[in-house]
Design a protein around this ligand. Structure first.
Ligand code: M5T
Ligand code: MG
Length: 242
């Protein structure tokens, strides 16, 4: 069997219920533990749809997705949520404290572990400055924190769960380039044994990725490292220069 946390797509096709044309066609790749797999492509290419298939928000229409060699359908909801942390493109905070938001998916995490997760997510300063700190109140939808803070709290939430697979959907876009770089450097150690899949808008976020998949109209049109794609893929070159 492949290592735990490995994500495999085998010739996956997906169409939204009721839609005529598939949004994803013939998607095959393997995201290995200890590696970062990046997905890049223009808006509407199907990046979010692809990520959402992994925690089974939808099921593939054709083909198969496996985690650690086990088909998703055999894995069960509980194992999926225990092993996979997803930071969605529109990260969501619910009404409650910062601590309760961070413990969603990590009920047993100690305060110390929450502070560690916040530190990695470059959030120590703004949480420390809030009255009540971990116990400070978040309003429904997280409207009393900024978009970038909300994004970082959702990254801290993902880290607190200590999963084997991380899914980041455009999770660094609300951060300035500097914070983006610091956060990703800090992520290296806690995610070093996990399979990390990152959807990115900025090429600078993914130049170090072990594998980059270029998605265009629901198909992988090129794959490789940043250097390889600069040589081989016109679509990638266009993304880099756009
Ligand atoms: C891919 C359609 C969407 C687009 C295509 C989420 C969602 C998407 N779509 C639906 O019909 N129903 C849905 O619930 O699927 O969309 P995506 O996967 O959201 O694309 P993306 O993540 O690459 O785009 P972006 O803008 O986040 O970079 O035709 O209409
Ligand atoms: Mg998206």
């Amino acid at each position: 069997l492949p290592e735990p946390g490995t994500v495999e797509f085998k010739d996956v096709t997906f169409g939204y219920p009721g839609a005529e044309a598939p949004v994803l066609s013939g998607i095959s790749f393997t995201a290995k533990p200890g590696q970062t797999t990046a997905i890049i492509g223009s808006t509407g290419a199907g990046k979010t749809t692809l990520l959402n298939l992994i925690p089974r928000l939808y099921d593939a229409t054709e083909g198969e997705i496996l985690i650690g060699g086990v088909p998703l359908k055999e894995l069960g909801r509980e194992a999926i949520s225990r092993n996979i942390s997803a930071v969605p493109q529109r990260p969501y905070l619910f009404s409650g404290t910062i601590a309760s938001n961070l413990r969603f998916g990590a009920q047993d995490a100690s305060d110390e572990e929450l502070w560690e997760a916040l530190d990695i997510a470059q959030s120590t300063d703004f949480v420390t400055e809030r009255e009540g700190q971990l116990e400070s109140t978040i309003s429904q939808g997280g409207t009393n924190v900024s978009g970038g803070q909300r994004q970082r709290l959702c990254i801290a939430r993902a880290l607190a769960a200590k999963p084997m697979t991380y899914l980041f959907d455009d999770s660094f876009s609300a951060l300035d380039v500097n914070t983006d770089a610091k956060l990703r450097a800090a992520l290296a150690e806690p995610t070093k044994d996990a399979a990390v899949i990152i959807v990115a808008q900025r090429v600078s976020t993914i130049t170090e990725a072990d594998q980059i998949l270029v998605l265009d109209h629901g198909e992988i049109v090129a794959r490789g490292t940043h250097e390889e794609l600069l040589e081989s893929s016109e679509t990638y070159q266009e993304i880099v220069t756009s």
